[in-house]
Each structure stands twice: as structure tokens, then as C-alpha cells.
Design a protein around this ligand. Structure first.
Ligand code: FAD
Ligand code: DHB
Length: 399
């Protein structure tokens, strides 16, 4: 077994792990990041696209926002297409804040580039990752690479290994409270070589179900449609996908998405999940390792960034002055924002998906709520405030 030593051992090189490594580097704190997938896989994995202003501000302030500032698409509003009636919600004028559309994989690419310039370790394609002695002063990460086995001795471990990672599962179950809700539908998502036909996102509810129009650049459109949770993607030809998207998105004002070759497609399940507390001994969980939201509110990546900002400040406080206060309050401070986002994501999901019950009462109630959310200034402001997200600093100073 080869031995290594670091201050913070980070499991997972998704947005959470990479951003933590970056913020720790800025604070002069040493870290080792290990990732079980290949670098190309991590960079090409198509996922989130909507960044809250707080996330954008954090990326820019920490020096990894140059390309984001050049290429990110600033959006002042979004559309709700309610059974063909498309209405715009001007979030910027209601809240003074806006969102930026910039692919999660681009954020990851920028963070990997920043990490590489620091010369600090970032190792892809490791295997047999495990964590040990979490309640001791020196927790350890073990992994294998090629034919060698390694042990990293750490002051702390950050479990940034996503929902299917090993860190959360290494905590004895009697120390965890799990809150979970599954939804009776999933999303089929595509990336298409087509010029976006709307400058802003369109969230649509049609009799046949939910659909979402988004984008990545001036020639790439990103679209999703509500499907069965375990939908068999092989049953969806490109023609069938486009036909369904056009049916569900087309609005009475004549708007519809542009059609083009599909470059990538996949199905994702929808779940709400929180594991509390986000700490066990000297291991801290952040991002999807600790919580999952259904994607309708576009909150997952943003929550991961807010956790990481808090965790980096807590480690900085510890190494600067030995103060453990922020570490001790990390979990409860994060969970306030997590539960706000959970409630909002659940609400957006219930509001915009075809209900599974088939009860006509639910359909009419949903329609009434959509009418209200797209016409009352108070309701639009409340929706927008949640969608654009709380400033990360405000959350922090609010305790
Ligand atoms: P991950 O991105 O899952 O990263 C975890 C990393 O750990 C991965 O690279 C994984 O390979 C690695 N890993 C796992 N196990 C191990 C192990 N044993 N050892 C080492 N490494 C390991 N969020 C938004 O904010 N806005 C959106 O618009 C949005 N849209 C989405 C759309 C879709 C279709 C999906 C699926 C998600 C969306 N999300 C969105 C959610 C967002 O993608 C996640 O919340 C985000 O990826 C969380 O980042 P993370 O670093 O915590 O976890
Ligand atoms: C995107 C994803 C989301 O989950 C969402 O709510 C909005 C946009 C996207 O991938 O662009």
C-alpha cells in the first residue's frame, strides 16, 4: 500500500469536488481529488444548464468565470406555456436577479483547467474507493490505480461523489435520517443541433404531459419531455421524440422549437432525497451525495455550489484559527437552503407535470394554479425569487 497525505481528501470530481478543490487552493489548503470515471466522461456528461446568479458570482469571484462571462447566456425571464397559452415571466424586473445558461460540463471543464494549473493532484479512473476511520483524527481514503493500492491520510474527507457514491453509504445507518420521495415519471432529454427558436426557456404543460425547451449555445437546443420513470429509450426514434416535443411545446402564438439532428439522448428518473446530517465525524457530504431534487426547479448544481462555498469557508476557518464553529454548523446551515430548494423543486414538479392520478379534480386545480402563477404579480415574484435563487452570501450570513 502506497501512502499519501493531504489536508482534505476529496472523493468525486463533479462540480462539487472540483469547486471545493479550487476554493481550498485559493485558501492555501492542500487537497487530493480522486474520481472513478475517465476525464472525458466527466467532461462530456450532459446535465444541468441553469446557473443561479449566486453560482455565477461565486465562479467569477473565485477566478474561474472568464469563459462563463464570455459564453454564458444571460436570461431575464422564462416562459410558461400553459396548454398552448405562452406567457412570459420577467424575473429580472420582479427580483433584480437573473439566471445564466451555461452547461454543467463547461463548468467542469473550466474547473479541471484551473486545477491543472495549480499542480495539485486530480486523479481520474481510480477504482475500489473506500473511506475509513471517519470518527478518528485522521480519516483515510483507500483506492486502487492500475495495479497499485493507495491510502490517503487526511485531516478531513469531503464526500462529493454524487448520489450513487460510496461516502454516504459508509456512514452507519443509525446516524442518518433519510427523507425521500419518488415521482411516477421521468424526463427524456435530448441535445439537438438546432438554433434555439426562443431566447428564453419555455416550461410547458400539455394534455400529453410536461415538456421543456432550453439551449446551450446559438446552435444547440436542449429539450426534455415527461416520460415513464423507467422509459425504454430504444422505443423512442428521433421522429417520435420530435413529434412529441412539437405537440407539447407548440403554442397558440405560433411559436415552436426548431427541429434538427439529435446528438445525444437519455432518460433520467426524478426523485427528492435528503440525508441528514451532512457530516459524520471528520467526513462532510456535499452536493448530490447528500441531497437530490427533481430537475424541474434547476436547483441541483446550484445547491452543490452553495454547500461547497460553506464547506470551503468552514475549512478555511479551521486552518486559519483552529475554529471549528463553521464545521460544527455546516450541516444545519446547508440544510436550510436544501429544504427551501426541496420545497420549490417539488412544487415546480407538481405544478408542471401531468398528474398520475388521472383525477379530473387534480387537473382543474393544477390549471387554476398555473393561471394564478402566470398572472398574479405576487405569485410570479414568489416563483421568480426561488427560481433565480437566494444569494449565497445572504444564506451564509443569515446563519
Ligand atoms: P455529480 O455531478 O454526480 O459528481 C459526483 C462525481 O463523483 C462524479 O463525477 C462521479 O463519477 C464521481 N464518483 C461517484 N462515485 C465515486 C467513487 N466511488 N469514487 C470516486 N468518484 C466517484 N442542476 C441545476 O442546478 N440546474 C439544472 O438545470 C439541472 N438540470 C439537470 C438535468 C438533468 C437531466 C440532471 C440529471 C441533473 C440536473 N441537475 C441540474 C442536477 C445537477 O446535474 C447535479 O445536482 C450536479 O451534478 C451535482 O454535482 P455533484 O458534484 O454533487 O455530483
Ligand atoms: C435545464 C435543465 C433543467 O432541469 C431545467 O429546469 C432547466 C434547464 C437545461 O438542461 O438546460
Amino acid at each position: 500500500m502506497k501512502e499519501m497525505r493531504t489536508q482534505v481528501g476529496i472523493v468525486g470530481a463533479g462540480p462539487a469536488g472540483l469547486m471545493l478543490g479550487h476554493l481550498l487552493h485559493l485558501a492555501g489548503i492542500d487537497s487530493i481529488i480522486i474520481e472513478n470515471r475517465a476525464q472525458e466522461y466527466v467532461i462530456e456528461r450532459v446535465r444541468a444548464g441553469v446557473l443561479e446568479q449566486g453560482t455565477v458570482d461565486l465562479l467569477i469571484k473565485s477566478g474561474v468565470g472568464a469563459r462563463l462571462e464570455r459564453e454564458g447566456l444571460l436570461h431575464d425571464g422564462i416562459y410558461f406555456n400553459v396548454f398552448g397559452n405562452r406567457r412570459r415571466i420577467d424575473m429580472a424586473s420582479l427580483t433584480g436577479r437573473r439566471i445564466t445558461v451555461y452547461g454543467q460540463n463547461e463548468v467542469v471543464k473550466d474547473l479541471i483547467a484551473a486545477r491543472n494549473t495549480t499542480g495539485r493532484p486530480l486523479r481520474f479512473e481510480v477504482s475500489e474507493v473506500s473511506v475509513h476511520d471517519l470518527e478518528s483524527e485522521q480519516p483515510k481514503i483507500r483506492f486502487a490505480e492500475n495495479d497499485d493500492r493507495y491510502e490517503i491520510r487526511c485531516d478531513f474527507i469531503a464526500g462529493c461523489d454524487g448520489f450513487h457514491g460510496i461516502c454516504r453509504d459508509s456512514i452507519p445507518s443509525k446516524h442518518l435520517h433519510i427523507y425521500e420521495r419518488n415521482y411516477p415519471f421521468g424526463w427524456l432529454g435530448i441535445l439537438a443541433n438546432a438554433t434555439p427558436s426562443s431566447p428564453e426557456l419555455v416550461y410547458s404543460l400539455h394534455e400529453r404531459g410536461f415538456a421543456l425547451f432550453s439551449m446551450r449555445s446559438s446552435n444547440v437546443t436542449r429539450l426534455y419531455l415527461q416520460c415513464e420513470p423507467n422509459e425504454d429509450i430504444s422505443l423512442w426514434s428521433d421522429d417520435r421524440i420530435w413529434s412529441e416535443l412539437l405537440t407539447r411545446l407548440q403554442s397558440d402564438d405560433g411559436w415552436k422549437p426548431n427541429v434538427g439532428p439529435i446528438m445525444q439522448k437519455g432518460v433520467t428518473g426524478m426523485r427528492s432525497f435528503v440525508s441528514e446530517p451532512m457530516r459524520f465525524g471528520r467526513m462532510f457530504l456535499a452536493g448530490d451525495a447528500a441531497h437530490i431534487v427533481p430537475p424541474t426547479g434547476a436547483k441541483g448544481l446550484n445547491l452543490a455550489m452553495a454547500d461547497i462555498w460553506r464547506l470551503s469557508r468552514a475549512f478555511a476557518g479551521y486552518y486559519e484559527s483552529g475554529c471549528q464553529d463553521l464545521l460544527d454548523h455546516y450541516s444545519e446551515n446547508c440544510l436550510r437552503r436544501v429544504w427551501r430548494a426541496q420545497q420549490f423543486s417539488w412544487w415546480m414538479t407538481s405544478l408542471l407535470h401531468r398528474p398520475a392520478t388521472g383525477n379530473p379534480f387534480d387537473s382543474r386545480r393544477q390549471r387554476a394554479e398555473l393561471e394564478y402563477v402566470t398572472s398574479s404579480r405576487a405569485a410570479m415574484t414568489s416563483m421568480s425569487e426561488n427560481y433565480v435563487g437566494l444569494p449565497i452570501e445572504e444564506c451564509a450570513s443569515g446563519g
